[in-house]
Write a protein that binds this ligand. Structure first.
Ligand code: GTP
Ligand code: MG
Length: 470
């Protein structure tokens, strides 16, 4: 983005239009307070002369007619969200009123903000580092207490200080090695090799802990992925609807009803789950259906929990073939399998058919098998309890720094790779400038998370994802 755009004064609604009683319009930039004075009439004084952090009551007119009565909050640089002079106009939440006010502001020399521009300005003005800026979006989007806690920790800078600490260590190591280069004629070693190796190992293990936390962090932020898979017509979509208590997916007795995946999130026991209904598995010559089935397998492999839905009205051999196929695709190191014998309502009373499936060999404690009826709802509460139980760790209090952002995860992995290279170079006695270069690389990748070394294009991509008004 053209940096000179930051010299403009910008405005946008910061609240969702049409919901709630009040809309807040944010104005920020050197001309913000004067521009508001051109739009709002106050009984006494102006916002340009008002003390910081005060609220003034005023009226907005257009062609002599009242548009609305508003409250204006005044913020002065650098003590505002963006670090610039800013005002927030609270008006009644009519989309007409807010668009009129925005129009008047534009006539007064203000321009509409780009998506994420307020937060981007906060970043440029040093109010937030990049990880903190990204956390703003996470705080707004968080749906559970645990994901809010992680996002707030990142916003407050807990995560950033952890990374800064790691960077300082790297800089220290690099500068010792660089010192040696200056004295290379004299053949001295300032950096004690075994000590340096120990430091690299310690840093590496901290970076690895952070990358490992991503699986957990991703589940916190986007929901624990739960794939619903099985043969056509087994009742997968009926199960999704039963879990959500909503008619989310189409259900019919036509085999192959679901062709694409259908995803929906639901919070159970304080944990966010993302249920993914998939196309039924079967041999098919239909190319579109077959694309859907490829997708089902992909969702199966990405899930933390796999719900395999069997149809008890089908012959046992058929169901065993389905389970065998699914079991062969489950990675029991990372995934949990729940085999659901569906349509139990069709069985005569109290018949337990689970024993019939005993010859299906599956990895012991990473799987359960139970009867359900997606149609009548029997067994659904128990299934929910089992799901909560299987992810108990996710709602536990944790002071550990957790990575929830894919961009950070990738940067951390690159930093880890560079550190491993540094370690190998050091261990095999390569010259110190090569080791220093790897350390610098690692440092670069960590710095990119905080936005200390990030180029404009990456920044553009990050802030575009924000909504206008943030
Ligand atoms: N009796 C009974 N019928 C069920 C149950 N669950 C689903 N059905 C019926 O089975 C048929 C198929 O249900 P769907 O939910 O569309 O099955 P699906 O697995 O999503 O099917 P595809 O999308 O074609 O793969 C429908 O007629 C449902 O009403 C159940 O628990 N009991
Ligand atoms: Mg379906």
């Amino acid at each position: 983005m053209d940096i000179s755009r930051f010299e403009d004064t910008i405005a946008a609604t910061a609240t969702l239009p049409g919901t709630g009683a009040i809309t807040v319009i944010r104005v920020s930039g050197t001309d913000a307070l004067a521009a508001v004075d051109r739009v709002v009439t106050f009984r006494r004084g102006t916002v340009a002369s008002a003390p910081a952090q005060t609220i003034k009551y005023g009226t907005i007119f257009r062609n002599g007619a009242v548009v609305d009565e508003v409250l204006v909050s005044v913020f002065r640089a650098p003590h505002s969200y963006t670090g610039e002079d800013s005002a927030e106009i609270s008006c009644h939440a009519s989309p007409y009123i807010s668009s009129e006010i925005l129009r008047l502001l534009c006539e007064a020399g203000v321009r509409p903000a780009d998506p994420g521009e307020f937060t981007r300005r906060a970043f440029v003005n040093g109010k937030l580092d990049l990880a903190q800026a990204e956390a703003v979006a996470d705080v707004i989007l968080s749906k559970t207490e645990s994901s809010l806690r992680v996002a707030q920790n990142q916003l407050r800078g807990g995560y950033s200080s952890h990374l800064k600490d790691l960077r300082e260590r790297l800089v220290e190591m690099t500068s010792l090695l660089e010192l040696e280069l200056d004295f290379s004629e004299e053949d001295v070693e300032f950096a004690d090799r075994p000590k340096l190796l120990g430091l690299i190992d310690a840093t590496l293990s901290r970076i690895n802990r952070l990358t490992e936390s991503f699986r957990y962090g991703n589940a916190l932020r986007n929901g624990v992925p739960v794939a619903i898979v099985g043969a056509v017509n087994s009742g997968k979509s009926t199960l999704l609807n039963a879990l959500l208590e909503d008619d989310r997916a189409l259900v019919s007795d036509v085999a192959g009803t679901t062709r694409d995946t259908v995803e929906e999130t639901l919070t159970l026991g304080g944990i966010l789950f993302r249920f993914i209904d998939t196309a039924g598995l079967r041999e098919t010559s239909d190319s579109v259906e077959s694309m859907g089935i490829d997708r089902s397998y992909r969702k199966l492999s990405e899930a933390s929990v796999v719900l395999a839905v069997l149809d008890l009205s089908r012959p046992e051999e058929e169901n065993e073939a389905v389970i065998t196929d699914i079991v062969s695709k489950v990675d029991f190191g990372h995934q949990m399998l729940m085999i659901l014998l569906n349509k139990a309502d069709l069985l005569s009373d109290n018949i337990n058919v689970i024993d019939g499936y005993n010859n299906v060999s599956i990895a012991g404690n990473k799987s359960v098998m139970m009867h359900i009826s997606a149609k009548t709802g029997s067994g659904i509460e128990m299934l929910k309890d089992l799901l909560i139980e299987s992810q108990k760790g996710l709602s536990a209090e944790s002071d550990e720094t957790i990575v929830t952002n894919l961009r950070h995860y990738e940067a951390l992995r690159k930093a880890g790779k560079a550190l491993e290279a540094a370690r190998a170079a050091l261990a095999s006695g390569l010259p110190s400038d090569l080791v220093a270069e790897d350390l610098r690389q690692a440092n670069y990748h960590l710095g990119s998370i905080l936005g200390e070394v990030t180029d404009d294009e990456i920044l553009g991509r990050i802030f575009e994802r924000f909504c206008i008004g943030k």
